[in-house]
Write a protein that binds this ligand. Structure first.
Ligand code: 0WK
Ligand code: BGC
Ligand code: BGC
Length: 915
């Protein structure tokens, strides 16, 4: 073999050139190979993002809980502790300025002794805390209370901005006792121990790529990608939150830490790896791991060069083949490699390196060494470009953009020391991501400033959460308080039932004169009216035997315009009769005089089934000349005013009673009626001997509790918040229906609105701007809560709803509004549950039962349509009435059917009496 040098023997230049080509060719990746790397990176990103459980994909694609780039409102004084391979840097960042945000940075770096990379992790964290104490003693004189951001450039599983578990060390760090631990806790413990003179709270832990992205962002040019090529390499970018499966969100964007260093750990790059890479990997302290990092980052490039030179020497490719092997590994530092690439001094640097390696090194050798270094760096830059191209393409496609203009924050030794590096990247990207116009923004002072920005945003979010929590705590109902409410209602029930105290009771416990639930023998056609809920309904109810199909209902919904509900009694009842005439006409029933059951959902004092004196209006009704009047009479008078028309009103029932009867028709266990809709109320079957306001001791009677008025005597004041007071004062019946105003649909939206006003007023929400829309009474119909709280509703839909109401809403605002709705409706459900518990416990005690089985017939839009309300009521009843097993049966046909059944029972009773 022509002029091949044997060990110790000189070799020809042609042979050396060939050897050089052969040695460097595998490093020279073709455009096609790079495009394949880009394609494989895209697949690995998709696998990492779509993983439902952590750690299954090689590239973890970890959520960082950094959601938004900055909005420039951040202000304050923040500390950053930044750990890197060789140093710990303490940074103090002051964000000031009225309009424009000004940033002032002070910092100091402390070298890390090699031992700290391998000794017990606690040592390392103590060392960091001691550096911080030293820094503060020299910088933080005046202030002692700090929020701190921790820049921790390692593979971590984050579950929040301030909670991060180390998955694996890289870059030569091997400290035991840290992997699997929450690094925020480890550092906080060290800081509490070594920085006793200060009160420092870690509120954010950030990967260095995220710090880089944030520190390179400016108000008008947000960076959306962070790229670090340093001892290690990695990238992060703003991904659509809906693509990050582990989050389960589908709104906004979140910064994802790719941990691309581990790309290829599943063999995806094996076809590109050279023997040098395999040797290097085998010799590393984490073989098989961080394959991409070992091809790109500065911790390894020197070793790659060393292996190539070693191979060249062993094959006679350097210093004429005299030396057969190079000294052990680690001699060639990457910083030397980068110096060798220096246009002017590079060859001289190569010479001194060869000298150090014990080689003479001719000029040609120096040139070859430079070629080796260039090839290794080129490959690093090319592979980095392929990775970056994958990110750019993914962002462009996710945002459905033909062209993408984007800024990339860059940092790390390769960028700082090798000006060519970002230039090589740009060149390659022209080919690998031609549709992208990229601006590289070099991080001025490492990620420190960026970490401070994240910390500032975290501090703002934290303060907002504190303010929100402290406000919402007022609405929190402990079980102890719920028991108190239950006991207070029980006492009011007793007061209401007793003849002597009925007038002072806030819950009037009104006898309904309904003594039993239907027994299925009812028959006939009945007319029913259902007034007092969201809609006014007129119904024809045909009651047949089960064989003949049971109950048939024909109904029509009519509206009660506010001007009628708040007009005169005459107008209201004339409107009712007009609707009945319209219904009968449509049903071809004109001239028929069917028995009528009138569901009238307002407190009426009854002395018989067909007579009810209106005690007060509720739920926004206020028609004049009705209170204190028999509403059946008012209806009959309206009928009289209507020519050629007549009605046979045989029963007036409350909607709770109608609902109980309607459900009782299917479930004989149904002895409680519950309404949670526009208003709220309940009724139940009470023992006659306990009903002091009605003569007779035998049997039972259904009592309309009118629990909406519970607390009108002030007994619920301890549970009232300022928001409840405000809603009550602004209502058309201040001081009345206090319990109803804590629970029912007519008021929940207003409670929410007043809370949002307060939060906006204190700057927690809507950037402190309470828009005119928010000042509008009844801006939030209660159905708004049901929608906002529904599971799986994308935040963007929440924001859309709020924006439709004329509010400017950030992502955080949307989340806080949802939380306010959840707390307000949860309290309502718990209070409703406490009241139901009081009723079923009363029935159980009435019957001296160990265990009571009872069904509650329920109706009302809030109970039926709110996504969580009914479940929360059930859970509360379970806790407060453990000896009662309560079934909640939703009424399908409304209380109109119940009113018709009561009319049927009344007619049957009348027939039997006349028989
Ligand atoms: C439907 C019933 C009606 C009751 C209403 C209450 O048929 O009697 O008043 O539910 O719910 P709301 O319509 O007030 O939500
Ligand atoms: C770590 C990353 C880090 C990168 C750059 C890698 O070894 O796993 O978390 O961002 O180095 O410092
Ligand atoms: C009324 C009750 C009614 C309840 C539910 C309350 O405002 O006072 O009579 O049952 O609303 O509709």
């Amino acid at each position: 073999m022509e002029n091949v040098a044997q060990p110790g023997q000189k070799s020809g230049s042609n042979h050396v050139t060939k050897l050089m080509q052969k040695s460097l060719q595998p490093l020279n990746l073709s455009q096609e190979q790079l495009r394949q790397v880009k394609g494989r990176m895209l697949e690995a990103m998709e696998r990492g993002l779509s993983q439902r459980e952590e750690g299954k994909a090689t590239m973890s694609m970890l959520p960082t809980y950094v959601r938004a780039t900055l909005d420039g409102t951040e202000r304050g004084d923040f500390l950053v502790l930044e750990l890197s391979q060789k140093q710990v840097r303490a940074v103090r960042v002051q964000l000031t300025g009225i309009e424009q945000q000004q940033v002032q940075v002070q910092d100091h770096a402390y070298d890390i002794q090699e031992k700290f990379l391998k000794e017990d992790g606690k040592q390392l964290f103590s060392f960091m805390a001691k550096c911080l104490a030293k820094f503060l003693d020299s910088h933080g004189k005046t202030q002692t209370d700090f929020s701190l951001g921790f820049s921790f450039p390692f593979h971590c599983h984050q579950t929040g901005l301030d909670h991060s578990e180390l998955i694996s060390w890289t870059k030569g760090f091997q400290c035991p006792g840290v992997e699997g631990e929450d690094v925020v806790q480890l550092l906080q413990q060290a800081i509490d121990q070594h920085c006793k003179r200060y009160h420092i709270r870690i509120i954010a832990v950030v990967n260095d790529t995220v710090g880089t992205m944030m520190s390179c962002s400016s108000g008008d040019e947000p960076c959306e990608i962070g790229l670090v090529v340093d001892a290690g390499t990695n990238s992060c970018y703003m991904e659509e939150a809906r693509h990050v499966a582990v989050l389960g969100e589908n709104e906004g964007r979140m910064c994802v830490n790719m941990e691309w260093g581990s790309f290829g750990d599943d063999g995806a790059l094996d076809d590109l790896l050279t023997d040098y890479d395999r040797c290097l990997d085998q010799e590393s302290h984490n073989p098989g791991k961080q394959r991409f990092e070992k091809l790109i980052s500065s911790l390894y490039l020197g070793d790659v060069v060393h292996h190539i030179l070693d191979r060249l020497v062993s094959q006679g490719g350097l210093s004429g083949g005299i030396i057969t092997a190079l000294p052990t590994r680690g001699k060639v530092k990457t910083c030397r490699v980068l110096e060798i690439l220096h246009e002017q001094e590079g060859l001289a640097k190569a010479k001194s390196l060869l000298m150090e390696l014990g080689l003479e090194g001719s000029d040609l050798d120096c040139f070859h060494v430079q070629q080796v270094c260039q090839a290794v760096c080129n490959r690093s830059a090319n592979l980095c470009a392929a990775g970056l191209a994958a990110i750019l393409t993914r962002i462009r496609i996710a945002r459905e953009l033909p062209q993408l203009k984007i800024a990339v924050g860059i940092d790390g030794e390769m960028f700082r020391k090798q000006a060519q590096y970002s230039h090589m990247l740009k060149q390659k990207l022209k080919f690998l991501a031609p549709e992208c116009d990229i601006t590289f923004v070099q991080s001025k002072d490492g990620g420190g400033r960026g970490v401070a920005m994240v910390t500032a945003a975290a501090a703002r979010l934290f303060a907002q959460r504190q303010q929100l929590q402290s406000l919402l705590n007022q609405l929190h109902m402990s079980t102890e308080n719920l028991c108190k409410v239950q006991a207070l209602l029980r006492r009011e029930m007793e007061l209401g039932l007793a003849k002597e105290t009925n007038v002072i009771a806030s819950t009037r416990m009104l006898p309904s004169y309904v003594r039993s639930i239907p027994d299925g023998s009812e028959r006939g056609d009945f007319l029913a009216l259902d007034l007092g809920g969201t809609n006014f309904r007129v119904l024809l109810v045909q009651v047949h035997s089960q064989e003949q199909g049971g109950v048939h209902i024909f109904s029509e919904v009519y509206s009660i315009p506010p001007q009628v509900a708040q007009g005169t009694g005459t107008q209201l009842f004339d409107h009712i009769v007009t609707c009945i005439v319209d219904f009968q006409t449509k049903q071809g029933m004109m001239g028929q005089k069917l028995p009528l059951g009138f569901t009238f959902s307002f407190p009426c004092k009854q002395t018989s089934l067909d007579q009810g004196i209106l005690v007060r209006w509720t739920k926004g009704f206020s028609a004049s000349d009705c209170v204190g009047k028999d509403v059946v009479q008012l209806l009959r008078e309206a009928v009289k005013r209507q020519q050629h028309f007549d009605l046979d009103v045989v029963a007036i029932v409350n909607d709770t009673v109608g609902t109980m009867m309607s459900c009782g028709y299917d479930d004989p266990n149904c002895e409680v009626g519950l309404i949670v809709g526009t208003g709220t109320n309940a009724c139940y079957m009470e023992e006659m001997q306990n009903v002091g306001t009605v003569e007779g001791e035998e049997g039972r009677m259904c009592i309309n509790m009118e629990w909406g008025a519970f607390g009108d005597n002030g007994c619920l004041e301890p549970f009232m918040t300022t928001f409840d007071q405000t809603v009550d004062k602004a209502s058309i019946n201040p001081g009345q229906q206090r319990f109803e105003k804590l629970i029912s649909g007519m008021y929940l939206g207003e409670i929410v609105r007043h809370i949002l006003l307060k939060l906006a007023g204190q700057g927690t929400l809507f950037r402190g701007q309470a828009s005119p829309a928010l000042q509008t009474k009844d801006l939030f119909p209660t159905k708004f809560l049901s929608v906002i709280e529904s599971d799986g509703l994308a935040q963007r839909q929440v924001r859309a709803i709020l924006e439709e109401l004329g509010l400017r809403v950030s992502c955080e605002d949307g989340m806080m509004v949802r939380e306010v709705c959840q707390v307000v409706s949860h309290r309502a459900a718990q209070l409703c549950g406490a009241a139901v518990a009081a009723v079923v416990e009363k029935i159980r005690e009435n019957r001296a039962l160990e265990q009571l089985e009872v069904t509650v017939g329920v109706d009302g839009t809030l109970y039926k349509l709110h996504p969580h309300f009914s479940q929360q009521v059930k859970e509360t009843v379970k806790v407060l009435a453990p000896c009662c097993s309560v079934t909640f049966l939703q009424s399908e046909d409304g209380s109109g059917k119940g009113a018709a059944l009561i009319a049927a029972v009344a007619c049957r009773a009348a027939q039997q009496q006349n028989a």
